[in-house]
Design a protein around this ligand. Sequence first.
Ligand SMILES: Nc1ncnc2c1ncn2[C@@H]1O[C@H](COP(=O)(O)OP(=O)(O)OP(=O)(O)O)[C@@H](O)[C@H]1O
Length: 258
Amino acid sequence: MMSAQLSDPSASMAVRVKGLSKRFQGGEIPVWSDVSFDIPYGQRVAIIGANGAGKSTLLRSCVRLVEPDSGEIFLDNKKVTGLRRAELSKIRARVGFVFQKHNLVNRLSVLTNVLHGGMARLSTPRMWFHAIAAKEERDYAMYCLERVNLGHLCNRRVDELSGGQSQRVAIARALMQKPGMIFADEPVASLDPQAGEEVMQVFSDLSQHEKLTLVFVTHHLDHALKYSDRVLGLQNLRLTLDASSKSQSLEQLRGMYE
Ligand SMILES: Nc1ncnc2c1ncn2[C@@H]1O[C@H](COP(=O)(O)OP(=O)(O)OP(=O)(O)O)[C@@H](O)[C@H]1O
């Protein structure tokens, strides 16, 4: 494997994956096997690889939205594999997920959608109600919106926003969770080039200024080089690339698709 010494093995890590393997039921071959990597706090990591290489499966496996068959996962230095549901939920709440499709509630306001993100921190519908109503939660939601440069659109309905704006609202909603890390699965796949750059810049700024660990799946190899510190690549059922982004060229990354 092409690899770089990108982390101190004894240091505390945002994400630690050891010997992870996954085969879906009925699948003849594993999606990937023996995948290992450590991600230090605050690092920006791009995951690349051809369609079907297992990028989404890997991202989801890290929080056990997909159950790996073997191997160990640690998030925030807590072992995630083997945890019961209630404990797992607490750890998941530390991870903000952003998907290609933003899953916002279209007929509600931007601010209300962002407030929904705070529910992941709270355990009961009763608490959710108070949280939505509480001034400090609303102030925090405004703060999250300002971090993605959308404070001025707080009262707009989501269905009046552009795709890029909607994705920035989805990021603000994830921030409302007060996450230590953000996992984003092809977050700009449906955006035009300029909106895509703006959204990636928002992610990158958040990560760099607030030590937020960022792991994103992308097919935009230029984004992988520009907005990450490190690139992980899946190919032929393995993690075959783990390198500093600075050490890679577009040409080298294209090799992951051959
Ligand atoms: N729930 C599932 N059940 C069975 N097979 C699945 C499931 N989810 C994914 N797979 C299979 O696992 C493989 C990896 O899928 P995955 O979505 O992780 O790849 P990907 O690299 O993210 O692809 P893409 O770039 O197309 O989004 C594919 O062959 C896919 O069909």
